[in-house]
Write a protein that binds this ligand. Structure first.
Ligand SMILES: [Zn+2]
Length: 410
């Protein structure tokens, strides 16, 4: 589908009226820094701890683990009180008169970069799932997953940040120039690097838990990357069905002492198979499920597709562990593949009678390689899925063929 038709559907780029947006003047007073590297982790933490707006929405800082699956659960009871928690009615157009971001009802901004139109910025989530602990005890920082025989739960701490893709309300990856998308992705890479490498004393070493595991690959393998602290999780929710509580396009960044289960699963995969998940998929996924080769990255339908139009973007250099380690060329190709996948989802879902909705998660760390998982909200989750028996309403080969057609027409 030509790009213009996407703009007609999901942007008012052809309209003469000024788009709904956050003006730079309105956010000026909230800017703590224009480059996150100008702040220390301690300054960012202090800004969060001192934020009076956030004080009423703090998480419970409690973490529990499902002993059957290893699912990690964190609690924040106050999130139910969010003003803009998704209602039952999906937005039907691209305007949102209630958008708090366009109205500059925002927390302090820690990074802001101009785009070809408007700007992209990173701020603190007003309703955080993770919050810094003011006075961290020595033993707490070193043992995030310590034994918990009485099931009181473990302390979870860190920070929860948001990246607003554009100050213009209806702009997001699918309808911005690629050069602007690259700016946004680069800011995520800078933030990822900052959080992981500047948090000694605040976060446990990222590999501390992994080193204690039986049959570990050993220090040599784990130490091949940079010295890092804590876990950076980058995700995106787009659309009502995918859990987005605001229609203004954004990414969420979780920085935690607790290792998300996926991070652990990627590491365990590497332990079992002596290779990263990306390396395995690059070699083993059937060629018929390749949607497109973008040079340094590929867009594929995984052979184990759980939901119609789920896709993976794999960086071909499977030795990389984090997005900040990708070269400019690799980031370009990864972003191009991601944008192609998003545009395909936004083109295809309306034809299925569904409003476009998807999640993205960025997989990083020692077992992942670097890969992005795109999950289209094409099918609801039922009881079978909850017992780990996924019933998928489409065939991976048919989906890949359809995606190739749509992506090649972009
Ligand atoms: Zn907005």
């Amino acid at each position: 589908m030509p790009l213009n038709s996407i703009y007609d559907l999901y942007g008012n780029i052809n309209s003469m009226a000024e788009p709904q947006q956050l003006k730079l003047e309105a956010v000026e007073a909230l800017i703590n820094a224009r480059n996150v590297n100008d702040l220390s982790i301690r300054e960012i933490m202090k800004g969060i701890i001192d934020d009076e707006q956030m004080a009423v929405f703090l998480p419970d800082s409690l973490c529990q683990i499902d002993p059957r699956t290893g699912d990690v659960v964190v609690y924040n009871s106050s999130r139910a009180a969010r003003l803009h928690t998704t209602g039952t009615i999906a937005p039907i157009d691209n305007r949102d008169d209630q958008c708090p971001i366009c109205a500059a009802k925002s927390t302090g901004v820690i990074d802001l970069q101009p785009l070809s139109e408007g700007f992209t910025f990173i701020n603190k989530n007003l309703y955080p799932i993770l919050h810094p602990i003011g006075n961290l005890q020595e033993n707490a920082s070193g043992t995030p997953l310590h034994p918990d025989p009485y099931h009181h739960g473990r302390n979870s701490y860190g920070m929860h940040l948001l990246q607003w893709t554009s100050s213009i309300h209806d702009r997001d990856w699918h309808n911005m120039p690629l050069s602007d998308c690259l700016v946004c992705f680069d800011r995520l890479a800078v933030l990822e690097h900052k959080l992981l490498t500047d948090s000694e004393g605040f976060m446990p070493a990222s590999d501390r838990v992994l080193k204690k595991l039986p049959h570990s690959l050993g220090d040599a393998d784990l130490n091949s990357g940079p010295k890092t602290f804590g876990y950076v999780s980058i995700i995106k929710n787009f659309g009502h069905a995918a859990g987005a509580s605001l229609s203004h396009g954004h990414q969420q960044i979780g920085f935690s002492n607790i290792m998300p289960q996926r991070y652990f699963n990627n590491f365990s995969f590497m332990q079992r198979n002596q290779q990263t998940f990306s390396e395995y998929m690059l070699r083993e996924n059937p060629k018929s499920l390749l949607v497109r080769d973008f040079g340094q990255a590929v867009l594929i339908v995984p052979y184990f597709m759980k939901r119609p139009f789920n896709m993976l973007v794999l960086a071909k250099d499977h030795h990389k562990q984090y997005i900040h380690q990708l070269t400019a060329e690799e980031r370009h190709d990864v972003v191009q593949a991601m944008v192609a996948a998003i545009r395909a989802i936004i083109t295809i879902m309306p034809k299925m009678g569904k409003a476009p909705a998807y999640n993205i998660n960025i997989n990083n760390g020692p077992g992942a390689g670097v890969y992005l998982e795109l999950l289209a909200s094409t099918q609801l989750t039922g009881g079978f899925e909850h017992i780990g028996l996924w019933v998928c309403q489409a065939n991976p080969n048919d989906v890949a063929a359809q995606l190739r057609q749509v992506v090649n027409a972009q």
